[in-house]
Ligand binder design. Structure first.
Ligand code: NDP
Ligand code: GDR
Length: 357
């Protein structure tokens, strides 16, 4: 019997971490994830795939650690001996990064460096290659330099989060060039799902629609509605991460749908799906504005499509619908017959009923 491949994921409790874990388990991997100790449970998104480790069938294992704690990262690496590491852990909220810039830089920028250093030493000592994926972001493009944005487009980061991601990007590239490490940067444009965090704009909107219909919320307070994003489906995007680590050579790839839409367009489609007019519910709150905004993101993912054979499977409209459907289902609101998308049912069970807006 061949031994299962072993992967280590930072950020396993997040949106992408949960989808990536499912994908790797399906592919027969043994999956190890780093989780943070919190006073309330933070594993909702992966509870459905967790099996008690005392069970011989278990292939998903969790370890307490933090990207700000280099000693623990090294210890986990020694213990797990992965052949692939996916670095998805981050303080990933752009607006929050203006409030907590130091912590964001530490977890996103220095956290990546700590992991790269740990891998460098581990590889040197054992001679075993560890393939590394860095979760880069379209936020690194920031202020528009070129339309559409591709791998060669210059970065112009507009937030502490984006600056830290640029740092992590260049460190990853430098470790590849300096030490011959198999290290890849994915430059992923926004990707969403019913498991998206409740304070990102897409999920905030779809969740509010369900709560409005359930009589739990009257208004939806938002900031800038004019920015445009290239939004895809998270489940598609984790496939691209895996594909990058299966290539002959390490490289950097933009992953995007190559389409852009404004927040207003998202609102329009989402509210229309339940026969409501968004203008009756949405109010402006300046708290949600950012000191500097990224106005327009639209990716050119030709390289990923050609070299990785990757492509998105969900259109923008389907994405909006599947997110609204999942939030309605989570509050037991009936959905008009025939409207179900094939993706949402699998996701519905993992949605938390929280009161944050
Ligand atoms: P989430 O915010 O959903 O998840 C972030 C994960 O990182 C969570 O598991 C969180 O743990 C963990 N984390 C936060 N701080 C630390 C820390 N100090 N040490 C270890 N782990 C930590 O993000 P997504 O799943 O959406 O994104 C995954 C990665 O991809 C992130 O790096 C993000 O910046 C990047 N990215 C995301 C895009 C998107 O559109 N979703 C686009 C481009 C890049 P906990 O659950 O305990 O909070
Ligand atoms: P983004 O996602 O900043 O693109 O980062 P977010 O959904 O937070 O914002 C998208 C756009 O919507 C505008 N907006 C609001 N945003 C939030 N969160 N809340 C609001 O009330 C609101 N009103 C308007 C924002 O100003 C912005 O223009 C996401 C994260 O997942 C990053 O980690 C990732 O790197 C990038 O996507 C690609």
């Amino acid at each position: 019997m061949t031994q299962a491949k072993t992967a280590l994921i930072t950020g396993i409790t997040g949106q992408d971490g949960s989808y990536l874990s499912e994908l790797l388990l399906e592919k027969g991997y043994q999956v190890h994830g780093i989780i943070r100790r919190t006073s309330t449970f933070n594993t909702d998104r992966i509870d459905h795939i967790y099996v008690d480790p005392h069970n011989s069938e278990a292939r998903l294992f969790l370890h307490y650690g933090d990207l700000t704690d280099g000693t623990t990262l090294r210890r986990i690496l020694e213990q797990v001996q992965p052949i692939e590491i996916y670095n998805l852990g981050a303080q990933s909220h752009v607006r929050v990064s203006f409030d907590s810039p130091e912590y964001t830089a530490d977890s996103v920028g220095m956290g990546t460096l700590r992991l790269l250093e740990a891998i460098r030493d581990y590889q040197h000592r054992t001679g075993i290659e560890v393939r590394f994926y860095q979760a880069g972001s379209s936020e690194m493009f920031g202020k528009v330099q070129e339309i559409p944005q591709k791998e060669t487009t210059p970065f112009y980061p507009r937030s502490p989060y984006a600056c830290a991601k640029v740092y992590a990007h260049w460190q990853t590239l430098n470790y590849r060039e300096s030490y011959g490490m198999f290290a890849c940067n994915g430059i992923l444009f926004n990707h969403e799902s019913p498991r998206r965090g409740e304070t990102f704009v897409t999920r905030k909107i779809t969740r509010a629609i369900a709560r409005i219909l359930a009589g739990q919320q009257k208004k939806l307070y938002l900031g800038n509605l004019d920015s445009k994003r290239d939004w895809g489906y998270a489940k598609d995007y984790v496939k691209a991460m895996w594909l990058m680590l299966q290539q002959q050579e390490p490289d950097d790839y933009v992953v995007a749908t190559n389409e852009t839409h404004s927040i207003k367009e998202f609102l329009e489609i989402a509210f229309k799906f339940v026969n409501l007019d968004w203008q009756d519910y949405v109010e402006f709150d300046e708290r949600y504005l950012r000191p500097a905004e990224v106005d327009l993101l639209i990716g050119d993912s030709s390289k990923a499509r050609t070299k990785l054979g990757w492509q998105p499977s969900v259109t923008f409209e389907e994405l909006v619908h599947l997110m609204v459907e999942a939030d309605l289902a989570a509050l037991d609101i009936p959905i008009a017959k025939g409207n179900h998308s094939e993706h949402f049912l699998a996701d519905t069970a993992y949605i938390r009923h929280e009161t944050r807006t």
